[in-house]
Design a protein around this ligand. Structure first.
Ligand code: HEC
Length: 175
């Protein structure tokens, strides 16, 4: 150990730091470099990727939360989609009780003719099926058209409409 140095009457000692302390310091430097290289290149912990993985896990558990609805132009996104149309035909079963299995009408009106008492566009028909028709809005006086927003949800309703559109060209695309 060197003699303490004196500057203006103040003594400055020269005590080296303990070896173990210097070793810890060195290890943190090496560790930080390794950390930076690994997490910026090799790992799957990047924000974007970690987010995607979490979303995928969440969807696996709770199903996709993607909202399916009309397009910005008010059109049915499932038009002409054969898989969706086949699905829609199956789901039309619960409508068949009132509209007949072929959609040609029973207590509810025919959905296969050119007559649309509540509007003939995707947007209007979507609103009728999702919200239902009741009270003063009823036009036929044969009972209410039930809402299907909760029982079926937008995706199934739009698929049913794709099937209707395929079989009834008078159901117009858009607003
Ligand atoms: C309980 C019977 C009943 C069920 C079930 C039912 N509807 Fe209706 N629906 C009606 C009645 C009654 C009307 C006519 C309402 C009125 O008088 O305005 C109607 C009207 C409609 C209209 C409007 C038709 C037009 O000319 O504007 C559409 C579209 C429709 N239903 C589709 C469906 C679909 C799709 C389903 C199945 C998801 C369904 N309905 C289930 C009874 C029913």
């Amino acid at each position: 150990m060197k003699e303490p140095k004196e500057v203006d009457g103040i003594f400055q000692a020269d005590n080296p730091m303990p070896e173990w302390w210097k070793l810890v310091w060195l290890l943190t430097i090496i560790g930080s470099i390794a950390y930076a290289i690994y997490f910026h290149t090799a790992s799957s912990w990047g924000q974007d990727e970690a987010f995607k993985i979490e979303v995928a896990e969440h969807e696996k558990k709770f199903g996709s939360q993607k909202k399916i609805g009309l397009t910005a132009e008010g059109a049915n996104p499932f038009r002409d989609d054969e898989v969706a149309i086949a699905d829609g035909q199956k789901n039309f079963g619960i409508c068949g009780a009132c509209h007949n299995a072929d959609g040609k009408g029973l207590v509810g009106p025919s959905l296969m003719d050119d007559d649309w008492i509540h509007g003939s566009t995707d947007k209007e028909v979507y609103a009728v099926i999702m919200k239902g028709v009741s009270g003063e809005k009823l036009k036929l006086g044969k009972g209410a058209m039930p809402a299907h927003e909760k029982s079926l949800g937008s995706e199934k309703v739009l698929k049913i409409m794709a099937w209707l559109a395929k079989n009834n060209p008078s159901l117009k695309k858009g607003i």
